[in-house]
Design a protein around this ligand. Structure first.
Ligand code: CU
Length: 85
C-alpha cells in the first residue's frame, strides 16, 4: 500500500486566510491570514507571489481560503491554495 502522499500532506499543514486582492497576470495575491506555523508568522495582511497554475479559477477576491506558503530567499510565495466552502 502506498502511503507516501498522505504522510507528506500531513507534514504540510495549511494556513487560513481571506483573499483581499488577486492579480493573476502579475502572480500576486494579498491575503489577510492567521498564524502560519511553518513560517513562524503571526496574523497579518501581506502579499504573496505565486506561479502560474497555483491558484485555481474557483478562488476569488473575498474568499476564505486555506493555503500553503513558503519562504525562499526572503520571498514569500503561495504554493497551494483552495477556497473554503
Ligand atoms: Cu504574513
Amino acid at each position: 500500500m502506498h502511503t507516501a502522499a498522505p504522510a507528506k500532506a500531513a507534514s504540510q499543514p495549511l494556513s487560513e486566510g481571506t483573499v483581499r486582492r488577486l492579480d493573476r497576470a502579475a502572480g500576486s495575491v494579498t491575503i489577510t491570514h492567521g498564524p502560519i506555523e511553518n513560517l513562524g508568522m503571526g496574523a497579518m495582511t501581506m502579499t504573496f507571489s505565486f506561479k502560474k497554475g497555483v491558484v485555481p479559477a474557483s478562488v476569488k477576491e473575498g474568499d476564505k481560503v486555506r493555503f500553503r506558503a513558503e519562504e525562499k530567499g526572503g520571498q514569500y510565495s503561495v504554493v497551494r491554495i483552495e477556497a473554503v466552502k
